[in-house]
Design a protein around this ligand. Structure first.
Ligand SMILES: Nc1ncnc2c1ncn2[C@@H]1O[C@H](COP(=O)(O)OP(=O)(O)O)[C@@H](O)[C@H]1O
Ligand SMILES: [Mg+2]
Length: 355
């Protein structure tokens, strides 16, 4: 039987203020699940309840079928890594890693072997005699990871483990964490406010908003089919159009757009969202598709190079549209800042949300 972690209608109030509201979540054994949301949305509180540092005000947390609401953290066998490395500065690297083992009453003779194993795993074997302040932030976080993994926990909980690090180290270390997690097959719950990080490492992402879950899905599904305007805005970038929907025609102050028939299960005031890479740029050579529908004229006002992509801001009427274009195609197009251009917004690229 796989050991699942289940949160059933879990809520947490602090002085009657709801930090987490009615969270329902099931995490499978070996799964990598990320709680994603802006600061204050309840990610840490949720993780602390799973770890046993907070007790839910209501609802149940189960592990392997058993309710663990009142089980103390030490009895849960969950490993924890925080944003601040929380290493003991006066203890050597090897002693920091051994500390977790001591807490778990690991037999002394096997401790040394286990410490070496873990330091090898995170690539720090040669630093075992050093003190944490002698190491870089990224190395310190690897030590924290080794310390958490040493007692072979069944679940590992990571609360923004990379947010204190430089961008480059962050990307490198997150790939390492993912690799380690895949190799060990350990159930992982990861917390971050960084949507790119969440999408890149998770099997599933839980998008939170003000203590509640907005969506739980695989990264690709979250990106392609955000269930709410909030998700469409928080994960990736979207262009929004507010208007009245009749059939599949969306009418706004200064536009009329056809949106995909499949998106149209509603009517009245809605917000339609389209991703920047879905908007097409028409050059003079190309004939306008679909009898001129969904075309917008504009002026290219900002060009930002992002490497593979170029992000364009196109001023159209009273709005600025964000359009992402492959760098290669941008170069070929010969476009420059200040040029006039025409955009095509494919109907089936829109997602529609009630307002
Ligand atoms: N110990 C606490 N006492 C009172 N309020 C708290 C406590 N911990 C968190 N909160 C509040 O609960 C909400 C969620 O916080 P938190 O879980 O830390 O969010 P996140 O980790 O997503 O930034 C916030 O409004 C925060 O101020
Ligand atoms: Mg937090």
């Amino acid at each position: 039987m796989p050991k699942n972690l289940q949160l059933e209608n879990v809520s947490k109030e602090f002085n009657r203020l709801a930090a987490v509201k009615n969270v329902n979540l099931e995490i499978g054994e070996g799964e990598f699940v990320t709680l994603l949301g802006p600061s204050g949305c309840g990610k840490t509180t949720t993780l602390r309840m799973i770890a046993g540092f907070e007790t839910p005000t209501s609802g149940q947390i189960r592990y392997d079928g058993r309710v663990i609401n009142d089980l103390i953290p030490q009895r849960r066998n969950f490993g924890i890594v925080f944003q601040s490395y929380a290493l003991f500065p006066h203890m050597k690297v090897k002693e920091n890693v051994a500390f977790g083992l001591k807490m778990h009453r690991y037999p002394k003779d096997r401790t040394r072997q286990r410490v070496d194993e873990l330091l090898n795993l995170v690539g720090l074997a040669e630093h075992r005699e050093k003190y944490p302040p002698e190491l870089s932030g990224g190395m310190q976080q690897r030590v924290a990871l080794a310390r958490a993994l040493a007692p072979s926990p069944e679940v590992i909980l990571l609360d923004e483990p990379l947010s204190a690090l430089d961008a480059k180290i962050r990307v490198k270390l997150r790939a390492e964490i993912k690799q380690l997690q895949t190799d060990l097959g350990i159930t992982t719950i990861y917390v971050t406010h960084d949507q790119e990080e969440a999408l890149s490492i998770s099997d599933r992402v839980v998008v939170m908003n003000r203590g509640e879950i907005e969506q739980i899905d695989r990264p690709l599904d979250i990106y392609k089919n955000p269930r709410s305007r909030y998700v469409a805005d928080f994960v990736g970038t979207s262009n929004f159009f507010e208007g009245e929907l009749k059939g599949n025609l969306l009418s706004g102050k200064d536009f009329q757009l056809e949106v995909a028939p499949s998106a149209v299960k509603m009517a009245g005031p809605v917000t339609a969202a389209i991703r920047p890479e879905k908007i097409e740029i028409l050059t003079d050579r190309e004939a306008p598709p679909a009898a001129g529908r969904n075309l917008m004229n504009g002026t290219l006002v900002v060009v930002t190079f992002l490497g593979l992509m170029v992000r364009l801001v196109v001023h159209s009427g009273a709005r600025d549209l964000i359009v992402d274009y492959l760098e290669k195609r941008y170069e070929e197009s010969g476009l420059h800042r200040g040029d006039s251009l025409r955009l095509y917004l494919p109907p089936d690229a829109f997602r529609v949300y009630p307002r």
